[in-house]
Design a protein around this ligand. Sequence first.
Ligand code: HEM
Length: 304
Amino acid sequence: MILRAVFGINKGVYYNELGKRFSQFLDLFNSPIYTTTLFLPFLQKNLGKWSPWGNFKYQQQAIYTLLEQEIEQRKEVKNGEDILSLLLSATDEEGHHLSKAEIMDELVTLLFAGHETTASSLAWAFYWVHSQPEVYHNLMDELATINPETDPTEIAKLPYLSAVVSESLRIYPSVIFAFGRTLKTPLEFMGYALEKGLTLVPSIYLVHHHPDIYPDSKKFKPERFLERQFSPYEFIPFAGSNRRCLGYALALYEMKLVLATVLKQVDLTLANPRPILPVRRGFTLSPSGGVKMKIANKYQFIHR
Ligand code: HEM
C-alpha cells in the first residue's frame, strides 16, 4: 500500500521487484550486526558483497537503481496525485525543482518509514481482535452498520474501530522509542538537572504501560479509548511535537480501512490459539513468527 501511495497505480512486475528488494533490505536490520554498523561509523567499510556494510550498500544501490528508472520514466509522463508526481512537480520560491538525489532520498524515507510500521501494527490489530471474542463481536456489530456504499471517511470515524486501532498501537507500539532529542539549553525535569547537549530518548512503550495512565496495562481493552480521551503526552504511538510521524494520518486511515474491509469479506481464525509475543524486527516491535490465520468463510463485500 505504501508503494501505491508513493508511486500511484499498480505497476505489476516493477512493484514485485521493488517490494521484494525492500523487504530484503528491511530484513537486514533484524540482525544486531547490521544495526550496530549503522550506529558505529568506523564499521562502515565496504569489504565486498559478503561483508555487512558491503551487502548493505549493495542492497541499497539495487533499490536506488530501480527508483532511478521509475523517476526517469515519470519525468516523461506526469500523471496523478501520488507522492512521486507531487515531488517531481514541486518547486521552491525560485522555481527550482528537487534534484534526482533529493527525490530518491524522500522516496526511500517514506517507503522505509511507512512499510514495516504499518504492516506490523495491522498484524497486531488482527491478532488482538481475533484473540478476544468479546472485542471481535463488538467490532463486527459496529461493522454491520456499513455497506459497500459507505464513504471511507465515515468508516474511519467509527468509534469502536478507532478504539481497537488505538488500543493495538498502545499495547505493542510498533515503534518503541521516539527519535532522540538533544537539549539546546539545560533542563530541570522531574527533579533531574539535565545538561545542555544531552540526548533524551522518550520510550513510547513505557508511557503506554504507565500504571497511573493505563491500569491493567497488559490487557487489551479498546473501551479505555471510549471512556476517556488521552492527551498527546499519554498516548504517543507516533511520538510527538513538531517531529511527530509524518504519516500518522495515513497510517490510521489505512489501518481502519484494511481492518473493516477484510473483516467484512472473510471470517478469520487464529491458526494457533497460543499467545503471540512481541519480538524486535528491524526497527519495529512485531509479532514473533507473524500472525498466521485461517479463512473460515468468504463473503461478497466489494467497496466502491
Ligand atoms: C502505524 C504506523 C506508524 C507508526 C507507529 C509510526 C511511528 C513513528 C514514530 C514513533 C516516529 C518518530 C517521531 C518522533 O520522534 O517524534 C515516526 C517518524 C516518521 N514517520 Fe512514522 N509511523 C507509522 C507510519 C508511517 C507512514 C505510513 C509514513 C509515511 C507515509 C511515516 C513516515 C514517517 C516519517 C517521514 C517520519 C520522520 C518525521 C520527522 O523526523 O520529522 N510513518 N513514525
